[in-house]
Design a protein around this ligand. Structure first.
Ligand code: SAM
Length: 206
C-alpha cells in the first residue's frame, strides 16, 4: 500500500498541495478529459449528484455545467477553503467535510456519484465504492477517475509505493466486488500522456 493511502497523511499532503493544486492539476487532469468523463453520464438539470473528494472543485465545476446543484465532500479543510472561494459556502454547491468511506447521507439518495482523482488515496477502495453504491438510488450511476498503472515496471513500483495506481482488470475487480453492474472503462489523458487516467462508469443494481 502506498504511503499516501492513509487518510491522515493524505490530509497533511493536501494542507500544502491545496495552495498550488489548481496550477498543477491541469497537467494530468484537464477540461477536455473532464468533458469526456461527463459525456459518460446521464445528467439532467434536476439530477441529485454527489462529488466525493471534490478538492478545490474542478470536477464540481464541470458537473454544474449539466446540473443545478451538487453536493461536494472532501476530507481536507484546506482543499475545501479553496473551493469556497470559487463557489461560496452556500449556493449551487452544498459542501461537506467528511470521509469518502463513511458518507453522511442516507441510503438511496443520489442519481450520480462522481469522484475524480481521489480513489488513489483511499486505504480501502472497495469498501469506499460499496459506500458509493449504498448512497446511489437503484440504477444510479457511479463515475470514478483514477490513475492508470504505468507500463514500465520500475515506474509502476515507484508509483504504487506512493499511492494506488491500477489497470482496467483491477478496476473491473474492484467495481464488481463493490456490486456495480454495466461497468465500462475509458483510458484518457492529455496529448503527451494519453492513457494517464482510467475513468470507470457503472450502475447500482435495480
Ligand atoms: C487530486 S484531488 C481531486 C480533486 C477534484 N476531485 C478534482 O477533480 O480536481 C484528491 C482529493 O481527494 C480528497 N480525499 C482523499 N481521500 C479522501 C477521503 N477518504 N475522503 C474524502 N476526500 C478524500 C483529497 O483531500 C483531495 O482534495
Amino acid at each position: 500500500m502506498g504511503i499516501l493511502e492513509n487518510k491522515r497523511r493524505a490530509r497533511l499532503f493536501y494542507k500544502y498541495l491545496s495552495r498550488v493544486y489548481d496550477r498543477v492539476n491541469p497537467f494530468v487532469w484537464n477540461e477536455e478529459m473532464r468533458a469526456e468523463a461527463l459525456d459518460l453520464l446521464d445528467l439532467e438539470p434536476g439530477s441529485t449528484v454527489l462529488d466525493v473528494g471534490c478538492g478545490t472543485g474542478f470536477g464540481t465545476a464541470g458537473l454544474l455545467e449539466h446540473v443545478d446543484h451538487v453536493h461536494a465532500l472532501d476530507q481536507s479543510p484546506h482543499q475545501l477553503e479553496q473551493a469556497y472561494r470559487k463557489f461560496g459556502k452556500t449556493g449551487p454547491v452544498s459542501f461537506h467535510l467528511g470521509d469518502a468511506e463513511r458518507l453522511p447521507f442516507a441510503t438511496n439518495t443520489f442519481d450520480v456519484v462522481w469522484s475524480s482523482g481521489s480513489i488513489e488515496y483511499w486505504p480501502q477502495p472497495v469498501r469506499t465504492l460499496r459506500e458509493f453504491r449504498r448512497v446511489l438510488v437503484p440504477g444510479g450511476q457511479v463515475l470514478v477517475v483514477g490513475p492508470n498503472n504505468p507500463e514500465n515496471t520500475v515506474l509502476r513500483k515507484l508509483a504504487n509505493a506512493i499511492m494506488l495506481f491500477y489497470d482496467v482488470e483491477e478496476a473491473d475487480r474492484m467495481f464488481a466486488a463493490a456490486g456495480f453492474e454495466d461497468v465500462e472503462h475509458v483510458r484518457m489523458g492529455p496529448s503527451y500522456e494519453p492513457k494517464v487516467a482510467i475513468t470507470t462508469v457503472g450502475r447500482a443494481p435495480e
